[in-house]
Unconditional design. Structure first.
Length: 83
C-alpha cells in the first residue's frame, strides 16, 4: 500500500498524443508532495493543462501542510506525555 494519495481530479495528458500523464500526489504520512511525469521524462502541456497541474500542486501543498501540522501536533503531544 502506498503512502501517497494522487489527485484524482487531475487528468492531464501530453499534447503530442503519446499518452504521457502528469500525477500530483500527497504523502499521507508526512505531507510531502510528489509530482510525477508518467511513462517518460518530460511532458508537453497546453496552457489550460499547465494551469490544472499548478492548481493540483497548490491543493497538494495545502493538504501537505495540514498533514505536517497534524503530525507535528501528535509529536508535541507525545513529548508532553513523555516528559
Amino acid at each position: 500500500m502506498s503512502a501517497y494519495s494522487s489527485d484524482l481530479d487531475l487528468n492531464v495528458i501530453d499534447t503530442t498524443g503519446n499518452g504521457v500523464e502528469a500525477d500530483v500526489a500527497t504523502n499521507l504520512l508526512d505531507g510531502t508532495v510528489r509530482l510525477s511525469v508518467l511513462w517518460t521524462q518530460e511532458i508537453y502541456l497546453s496552457p489550460d493543462d499547465a494551469e490544472r497541474v499548478a492548481d493540483s500542486l497548490q491543493r497538494a501543498a495545502d493538504h501537505g501542510r495540514r498533514i505536517a501540522e497534524d503530525h507535528s501536533l501528535e509529536i508535541d503531544q507525545v513529548d508532553i506525555r513523555g516528559a
